[in-house]
Design a binder for this molecule. Sequence first.
Ligand code: ZN
Length: 407
Amino acid sequence: MLVVHNISEICTGPIGATPLNGELPITRKRNAAIGIEVDTIAWIRDDDPASWPPNAELIDAKQGCVIPGLIDCHTHTVFAGTREDEYVQRAQGLSYAEIARRGGGIKNTVDAVRKCSVDQLVELALPRLQRMLALGVTTVEIKSGYGLTVEDELKMLRAVKRLSELQPIELVGTYLAAHTTPREFEGNPDGYLDVVLDAKVLDQIRDEGLAEFADVFCETTAFNIEQSRRFLTTCADAGLTPRIHADQITQIGASRLAAEVGASSADHLERIDDESIAAMRKAGTIAVLLPACSFYLGVEQAPARRIIDAGLPVAIATDFNPGSSVIESLPLTMSIACSQMGMTPAQTLVATTTNAAAVLKRDGKIGAIKEGTQADLTILEVPTIEQMCYFAGRNCTKTVIKKGRAV
Ligand SMILES: [Zn+2]
C-alpha cells in the first residue's frame, strides 16, 4: 500500500458533470491521508500513522495541497513545424483570418505533418507530454486534423496510440479529419468528406482502437452546419462520440448542432448566444472553454460567467496547438481563466478535473479524489488551489501519481 500523508488539504470536486454556479460542491479535507492499493484510492482518513499498515510505502506531501490529476480535454499536441512567423505578424497587427488568407495557418502545419513518419511525430510530441506531466496533468485528449488525407489522419492517430505506450499520461484520441478542407479538395468540402467518412476508414479506426471521439471545425471558413452534421452523425454511427469546435469566430448555430447530435461537448464558444446555452444545457452537452487560445491571439474571451450563471457545466482546456495556442500549461490556463474570464480557482479546478472527465466520458473513474476512483493525484508545493492559480505561470507541482505510481 502507498500512503500520501502530511497533506495541507485534499481539494476535489464531485463525480459527474457539475454546474459551477451557486455553492460549488467542492470538498476540502484538512490533515488527511490517502491510502492507495495498486492503482485505486482505497481510503481517505485522518492523518494518523497508527491507522496505516506497518509496511506501507509513504509519500510526504510536506503540507502541500493534493488535487486530482489534471485533465486537458482539448489539445492538438501531435504536430510538426512551428509558426513563429505568424506570431510576429499578429504582433504587427495582422489578424488570424488574414494570415490564413495569405497561405499561413493550419495548412502550414498540414504540410509539415504530411512529411513526417509516425516515429517522427512521436519523437516531437514526447517532450511536450513530459512537460505536461511535470505540470500535474495525467490525462490528455489529442486530436488528428493536420493530415487531411486518410493515411495522414490515421498516421496521426497511430502516433497518439504509440505515445500512450511510451509515457505515463493517459491519452484519448479524437478523429478531427474535418478540421479544414485540404488544398486537393479546394471548393469541394463534400467530396473531401466522402473520402474521410468512407466506411472502411471508420472501421479501421474502430478495429485499431485509434479514437473515441469525432470532432469538426464548424465555421464559415471551414465546414457548414449541414456538412458538420453529416460528419458527426456518420462517425457516431461508427461508435465515435461527437464533439464540435463551435462559435469561435462567427455564430452559425454550431453549438446548437452539438446539442442536437448529443455531443459530449461544444468547444471554444467565444460567440455563443443564450439560445444555444439553453439547448446545450437541455442536451447535457458540456461547454469546453479555451482561455489560453483567446489570450494567445489577443482576442475576446468566451462569456464564461454568462454560461456558468445559466447552469451549464464548464470545462477548460489548453487547446495546445502550433498556431493559436502555443501554451502547454493547463495550470497557466487556469490562471488565465481566473484573470480574464472571472472564474474562481475552485471553479477552474472542477473545470479541469470533474467536468473534463465527463467530457471524455471517464467520470467516476478519474477527475475526483474518492474511495474507488483511479489513483491519479497531483501533489502541489503550495497549500491551496487558490495559491496555485495566484502564482500564474509558476509550476507549483511537486509530485504526480498516475494509476497509483509516482511518475
Ligand atoms: Zn482546438
